[in-house]
Design a binder for this molecule. Structure first.
Ligand SMILES: [Zn+2]
Length: 308
């Protein structure tokens, strides 16, 4: 799990992940809803609405995938394609800090009549990695971009790469008061999970099929409704399956750039190359994730100007 654990009885209905288990069905799940964190991340950029849409979907997918993993570091989602959006990056730390950016051709995006991940990203791939600092790379996955919605590529990824059968439903939408995203994922419990109930395989197949049918009854408005507590939504969908919910955890915007990091990078560059980087006697580096601007005249002293 990622993010700081909240009180199990937390009344919060958004910017969190809610883990759960269907005890009779040997199925585990994650529900998530995001709103302020999306506004905070997207507010650092000035993207056209159709680009914001695909970034919001990518953030929901990233948090959902990361919530299935045990890692100590950074989980990164990267979409690369030959469309108007050439690169889309989202990362989330174990602490639940999310950030994102997109690189795109503004003219090509402006020429599109409608959005959608398929049109924006074109032909390409999704890649997932975990960086645990000194420790070994814990996780790596890659899948071709498929279909119109990012969720189709994510579903395709689950089919191809996850050893455990996994299904997810996702939605993201901009409302007059801001962005919202919601998602629910279910996954069969591993064979060695301590919480398993012993059952004949044919019954387990039937349980999995039923859990999928129930999951498919969820409407986008339910995933996105901030007044609907996630526990109530999980109960509404799966109440016949004996549900156990675990402590939810919080997700928020956060960037890891700093003047120290910029200074370390600059100090590794030879003096003559530093000169080439200067414009009007100054080196200016802007963080692509959060817009914070770093300036230096000598490569040794760095001043920081937060995104306005
Ligand atoms: Zn930053």
């Amino acid at each position: 799990m990622i993010g700081a654990a909240l009180d199990p009885d937390s009344e919060l209905t958004t910017d969190l992940i809610q883990p759960f288990q269907l005890e009779l069905a040997n199925v585990r799940g994650r529900a998530l809803r995001l709103s302020r964190v999306l506004d905070d991340v997207l507010g650092r950029h000035d993207y056209p609405p159709i680009v914001e849409q695909v970034v919001a979907e990518a953030i929901a997918a990233t948090v959902l995938l990361a919530s299935l993993l045990k890692y100590d570091g950074v989980f990164t989602f990267q979409a690369k394609g030959d469309g108007p959006v050439s690169l889309l990056v989202v990362d989330v730390t174990t602490a639940g800090d999310v950030r994102a950016y997109a690189r795109f051709d503004a003219d090509k995006v402006g020429a599109l009549e409608s959005g959608g991940a398929g049109r924006l990203l074109g032909q390409g791939y999704l890649a997932f990695t975990v960086d645990q600092g000194d420790k070994s790379e814990g996780y790596q996955g890659i899948v071709a971009l498929t279909g119109d919605a990012l969720s189709e590529s994510v579903a395709h990824y689950f089919e191809q790469s996850e050893q455990l059968p996994t299904t997810a439903k996702m939605a993201a939408r901009r409302y007059p008061d801001g962005w919202r995203a919601g998602a629910i994922l279910i996954q069969r419990l591993p064979e060695d999970d301590a919480g398993r109930i012993v059952k004949p395989p044919v019954e387990e197949e039937e349980d999995w099929r039923r859990a999928n049918i129930l999951l498919n009854t969820v409407a986008d408005v339910e995933l996105l409704d901030r007044t609907l507590h996630l526990n109530n939504l999980i109960f509404r969908l799966f109440h016949e399956e004996r549900i156990r919910v675990f402590a939810p955890s919080a997700i928020q915007r956060g960037c890891r750039c700093s003047s120290d990091r910029v200074q370390r990078v600059l100090s590794s560059i030879p003096a003559e190359e530093l000169e080439d980087l200067k414009i009007d006697g100054e080196i200016v580096i802007t963080c692509e994730f959060c817009g914070t601007e770093y300036r230096s005249t000598d490569g040794a002293h760095v001043t920081e100007k937060a995104y306005a």
